[in-house]
Design a protein around this ligand. Structure first.
Ligand SMILES: *Cc1c(COP(=O)(O)O)cnc(C)c1O
Length: 359
């Protein structure tokens, strides 16, 4: 068996220790004689799994007691609808469009009320984060929405927008648990876990308690009403037991590694290796304005489609896989999430350097 260096944007690399533990527990979880995939979600054993996972993510992110942690299905995309359904009391919200995911959330919100674009970086293929220090946000907007790390374009908000007192809602799918955050600055902070945390099909929504109410439109699907999920401890129906279990293992792994401060240090060190190389390369170029660069997703190009294709093919053969960029950006993208070891990035850069010399 040999593992590759997997630069996929998502589903993405998971810590090897976690995969090994899951494999070891597959036939007999903790002396139960069955796997997590085979037991009732109402069993004592699973209850312990979900409770422990919640406590561990609370510890990691320092989540205050007045925030609920919900383990939901439907991915981040399902929350694109749940957010306006649960929060649009005045039927109005401000959206900052920094890429395809923010745009999808904005378009979904338009079904339920007035979604207003208050800033955008579409003019330059989303290669930067717009200035959000003094936005024209309607007084009666119910919330301000951002996608904090733009998976496809490789940008990240380094400072949060000035919401002028409005609730901030943030999609952190591709930077979840990559560095410490101040949860109190958000009304809702949520992410699909398949980028930086666990297996696909689970979205974790961290929501300030006062925003979880019965005051939703009557047509709101029961499953999309946050109160339904909060009142039932995320067990209104059968949840994604497998993903919750796997995320729980990743939370333990993160704690053992030293938590989010340590992750931030490692992620900065990894990203620096790649960006430093790109900045001096005569062949490869980063596509993002330097001050807005993501620590997680690093898009880059050469000036020829042919060379891009050749690079991707040779890299794949050498064991550096899933480097093809998103179709809307072209070129390459290296996603270097928590579970990507620093050697993986160093070896990729060595390979790029070699390729540059030979081509
Ligand atoms: C991948 C991604 C999504 C979509 O996630 P799903 O779980 O597939 O719905 C949304 N937002 C961001 C930032 C993403 O990276």
């Amino acid at each position: 068996m040999s593992r590759v260096y997997n630069f996929s944007a998502g589903p993405a690399v998971l810590p090897e220790e976690v995969l090994k533990q899951a494999a070891a527990e597959m036939l007999d979880y903790n002396g139960c004689g069955m796997s997590i995939n085979e037991m009732s979600h109402r069993s004592k054993t699973f209850d312990n799994v979900i409770q422990t996972a919640e406590q561990d993510i609370r510890d990691l992110m320092n989540i205050p007691d007045n925030y609920k942690v919900l383990f939901l299905q439907g991915g981040a995309s399902q929350q694109f609808a749940a957010i306006p359904l649960n929060l649009m009391k005045n039927k109005k919200a401000a959206y900052i469009i920094t890429g395809q995911w923010a745009k999808k959330a904005y378009q979904e919100a338009q079904k339920y009320g007035e979604a207003i674009e208050v800033a955008s970086s579409a003019d330059k293929t989303f290669s930067y984060i717009p200035d959000c220090s003094d936005l024209d946000i309607p007084e009666d907007a119910d919330y301000v929405y951002i996608c904090e790390n733009n998976t496809i374009y490789g940008t990240k908000f380094k400072t949060l927008p000035n919401t002028k007192g409005h609730i901030l809602v943030s999609d952190v799918s591709s930077c979840f648990l990559s560095e410490p955050v101040d949860v109190t600055k958000y009304g809702v902070i949520y992410g699909g876990v398949q980028k930086n945390v666990g297996p696909a099909g689970l979205v974790i929504s961290i929501i300030r308690e006062d925003l979880i109410t019965d005051d939703v439109p009557s047509y709101t699907p029961t499953m999309l009403k946050w109160k339904t999920q909060a009142d039932n401890g995320s067990l209104y129906n059968t949840p994604n037991c497998w993903s919750i279990y796997m995320c729980g293992l990743v939370f333990k792994w993160l704690k053992e590694q030293g938590g989010l401060e340590e992750m931030k240090k490692r992620n900065e060190a990894k990203a620096k290796i790649l960006y430093d190389y790109l900045d001096q390369s005569k062949m490869f170029k980063g596509t993002v304005r330097p001050e807005d660069r993501s620590l997680m997703n690093v898009p880059f190009v050469t000036d020829s489609e042919e060379l891009n294709a050749k690079f991707i093919a040779e890299a794949t053969k050498a064991g550096f896989v899933s480097l093809k960029g998103h179709r809307t950006v072209g070129g390459m993208r290296a996603s270097i999430y928590n579970a990507m070891p620093i050697e993986g990035v160093q070896k990729l850069v060595d390979f790029m350097d070699e390729f540059e010399k030979n081509n």
